[in-house]
Write a new protein. Sequence first.
Length: 461
Amino acid sequence: MEEEYLIESYSAKGHGLASPKAGKRLVEVPRTLKGECVHARIMGRKKSYKRAELTDIVEPSPSRQIPKCPHFSICGGCSWQHMNIETQLQTKKDQIEALFKCEPASVIPSKDEWHYRNKMEYTFSSGHFESLLGLLPFSRRLAFNVTDCQLTSGWMNEVLKSVRLFWEESGLLAFNFRSAEGALRALTLRESKTTGDKMAILTLSGDPRFALSRSELNAFVEAIQRTSDVPISIFMRIWQSVRGQPTRFFTMHLSGPEVIEERYEAYEDLSPLTLKIGPEAFFQPNTFQARSIASFLYQYIKGRAGKTLQEQEGSGKKRLVDLYCGLGFFGLQLAPLFDEVIGIECVKEAIIDARINAEINNIQNCRFEALDAAEGLKGLLGSSNSIDTLIIDPPREGCEMALETIITANPQTILYVSCNPRTQVKDIASLKEAGWQLKALQPFDQFPHTPHIENVAILER
């Protein structure tokens, strides 16, 4: 039955939320904006809310705009394309303020509002009558065929068309999560925004019954290469999942260069930087916004911690520890301000990239260790030099087991970069209890047209 709702807030996925007229569950209405009066029909129940389908907008928000993407009505990704960018930025700032109970700085906008992503992962699904390769919708589990995503480059859209044709001709099966049968799981595409280098990674089931033949792999490589006039880095990744055992991944190089390259020119006080990026290394998905974050960190350390370094000259080496360092981007950019930089990352392949990046940029005061975050930090506690500054850039789950070790390490300054402020605020509450003071909050709009926000918190002893 259709009912009228007033949209009052947003869910974690960016969908409008309305208070129910009866009962305890909120009503989630996708593709609506705060302040709108809408008609919607209840479609189902989730854990903490009811899901409703929008049928009519009675009173539209003045912030509403026409979505640019043809997939907006079904895609589970860009849930805010119908909201103008000014309102997006203000809404994200308001959300940070509500979480931390203090006012952050204004959100730093993305250099590019569209086509900003350098990496996308697409899912293979088998429909009743077609092969589906694309993104997941917000309402069901099967992927839909993406033809014109507005967050990526045109090349990625062309690859999807070419790989979809390869798939239809091959007769291969998409991996079925219920039966655990089938070969094709995901297609990951990466692209350098500064050099144009490109990479494709085909993720396959680890079940030998569905292993691809050499001719099938060759056909996949040809499907990728025909989308570009230059060689593309192409890899195969085996996803091996055995019940009762940790999931393991095995990556094999199939064709083209083994890495792609980003080249940053000198920017404000930041030195030029060349980054080699392999298939397993994490790198911020918005290339230029990552540089903006690095610049903010650099300016802060130069103005605060950098001053302290000068005042304490001769009192011992000053160290920066870059925890969850990935391929070393932040540590390498900040290296000129410290005597020693130590990067810690559990992904061994990323550490190999980080060491190569230090070498090719002639940065000699950096070293990188392939260790778990807590384990790596514990190994530094017995050394003679203290940790002056600690950068934390953890996964969405936050610091988790490493938090206790971070507190024990007792750095003077903590720079906490987070893609999930909801876990960040919990970690910071523990750090404040342990004696750190929250000095600044600087949000960055790394993902325009989505509810996601990158937030940098500065803490000092």
